[in-house]
Design a binder for this molecule. Structure first.
Ligand code: NAP
Ligand code: GDP
Length: 344
């Protein structure tokens, strides 16, 4: 039985990846931060909490990482842990860098020292492309990050490449474009929208306040993206891959699709921070724009080309944008009504 160590097990991807690994008969050692109690809602929702060995791990603490790698001797390490919210990285750039950049290097050092045969996956991101140089973005597109989050992730990406080239580690960087699900953190725009709509439908909230509606993202379904992570570590040679849907949509389009999934339609009035989405049926404002949710620097357009992953890994996204939005809205409606979502 192969052992996989997954950092960030309590996050969105941690849960889906663990489910995938368990289905492939792995012993899954799932690492959460802090010593007291893991935030296990996602693992409970997926019904896999009792199948995972949950251990505390802190990416800021070198000796802790050394002891864990020594104790569990993992065959595969998936480094999903991060301060993953771009907006927070502008307010907490040093913490973000310490976790996302140096934390990755600490883990690579622990593997290099103790278990160099372990295969390593780094959760890299399309945010590294930032102010994009090519459309669509591929593995060859130059990087130009636009946030402390992107800068720190770029350090971790190059550290992964460097440990592969310098120390012969089987280290892969997955450059994943935005991926979403009912388990996505509620501060991210997609979940904020679908949860907001479900709360409006159940009378708990009257409107959703958002920032830049014109930003474009390449959104896919997280449950499918973790399969690409696993596939990267099953190849003969380590490499880096873009994982994306190959389609881009504005935040405004996401709002419209989510409202449509709940049977609503808005009329847009005003421009910029004065823009409002007004419910065509009731005339009430459902969407309001506020400067509070704008960022000091924006990533305007992300569109990934997943051709290399499709050819080399045989990976293919299956869920369309519309299906993804619908499944998120349906799950949030169920949750707000106190029911269990039919699909996660
Ligand atoms: P997420 O839900 O925010 O999960 C992040 C995880 O990291 C949480 O379990 C968190 O623990 C843990 N963590 C944070 N700081 C830590 C520390 N100092 N030591 C140990 N653990 C720590 O993120 P996600 O959406 O699953 O994404 C997984 C990874 O992929 C992240 O690295 C993210 O940056 C990257 N990524 C995500 C996307 C996307 O669209 N989702 C796209 C590209 C790349 P707590 O539960 O204690 O907070
Ligand atoms: P990111 O791509 O990792 O930053 O994922 P987010 O979901 O946090 O943001 C995606 C895009 O939505 C960014 O361009 C944000 O500026 C934009 N956006 C607009 N309004 C909001 C909002 O209220 N919250 C968040 N998180 N993003 C917003």
């Amino acid at each position: 039985m192969r052992t996989a160590l997954v950092t960030g097990i309590t996050g969105q991807d941690g849960g889906y990846l663990a489910r995938h690994l368990l289905a492939h008969d792995y012993r899954v050692v799932g690492a959460y931060r802090h010593g007291s109690k893991p935030r296990a809602q996602n693992l409970n929702a997926l019904g896999i909490r009792d199948d995972i060995e949950l251990i505390p791990l802190e990416l800021l603490e070198t000796t802790n990482l050394l002891r864990i790698v020594d104790k569990y001797r993992p065959d595969e390490v998936y480094n999903l842990a991060a301060q993953s919210f771009v907006a927070v990285s502008f307010e907490q750039p040093l913490l973000t860098s310490n976790i996302n950049a140096l934390g990755t290097m600490r883990l690579l050092e622990a593997i290099r020292a103790i278990q160099p045969e372990a295969r390593f996956y780094q959760a890299s991101t399309s945010e590294m492309f930032g102010r994009v140089h090519d459309v669509p973005q591929t593995e060859e597109t130059p990087f130009y990050p636009r946030s402390p989050y992107g800068v720190a992730k770029l350090f971790a990406h190059w550290a992964t490449v460097n440990y592969r080239e310098s120390h012969d580690l089987f280290a892969c960087s997955g450059i994943l474009f935005n991926h979403e699900s009912p388990l996505r953190g509620p501060q991210f725009v997609t979940r904020k929208i679908t949860q907001g709509i479900a709360r409006i439908e159940t009378g708990k909230q009257s409107e959703i306040v958002l920032g830049n509606l014109s930003a474009k993202r390449d959104w896919g379904y997280a449950s499918e993206y973790v399969e690409a992570m696993w596939l990267m570590l099953q190849q003969d040679e380590p490499d880096d891959f873009v994982v994306a849907s190959g389609e881009t949509r504005t935040v405004r389009e996401f709002v419209e699709a989510a409202l449509a999934a709940a049977g609503r339609e808005v009329e847009w009035k005003g421009e910029g921070i004065d823009e409002r989405g007004i419910d065509k049926q009731s005339g009430k404002t459902l969407i309001r724009v506020s400067e509070d949710f704008y960022r000091p620097a924006e990533v305007d357009l992300l569109l990934g080309d997943p051709s290399k992953a499709e050819k080399a890994l045989g990976w293919q996204r299956k869920t369309s944008f519309e299906e993804l939005v619908r499944l998120m809205v349906e799950a949030d409606l169920a949750l707000e009504r106190g029911e269990s979502p039919s699909r996660l």
